[in-house]
Design a protein around this ligand. Structure first.
Ligand code: ZN
Ligand code: ZN
Length: 119
């Protein structure tokens, strides 16, 4: 792990590559704030991987956005869940939303993943 400086805010950030030759770096905060940066530009930059904290924030805000509608749809089912189960559900929902947004880039490759449940 190397420390590089973000080209926009000059904040120190982590670069995952040892002896990195890429000149432009972008910290995760700038990455989120500057939506106008094009993909072509991002291609030539190293974007900082989000910290666990930043990732949690993303999941939280996504759950907040998505949860009300899910709550309406699945109220009966969700009412039965304990707080712990609910937290787990929300987490998996967040993970699902996240992986869906990641998969937007590679369309049409859907995998069904039905884990077996023993009751
Ligand atoms: Zn920055
Ligand atoms: Zn780098």
């Amino acid at each position: 792990m190397e420390t590089q400086k973000c080209s926009l805010c000059r904040k120190e950030m982590n670069c995952s590559e040892e002896g990195c030759a890429i000149v432009k770096h972008l910290c995760f905060e700038c990455y989120q704030q500057h939506e106008e940066i094009s993909d072509a530009e991002l291609d030539k930059m190293h974007v900082e991987a989000p910290s666990a904290e930043a990732r949690q924030k993303m999941v939280d805000s996504m759950v907040e956005e998505v949860f009300p509608s899910v709550w309406d749809e699945r109220k009966e089912e969700l009412k039965e869940l304990s707080k712990k189960e609910l937290a787990k559900f929300m987490f998996s929902l967040g993970a699902q939303v996240m992986s869906e947004s990641l998969m937007d880039e590679e369309e049409g490759d859907e995998e069904e993943d039905d884990g077996e449940e023993d009751n």
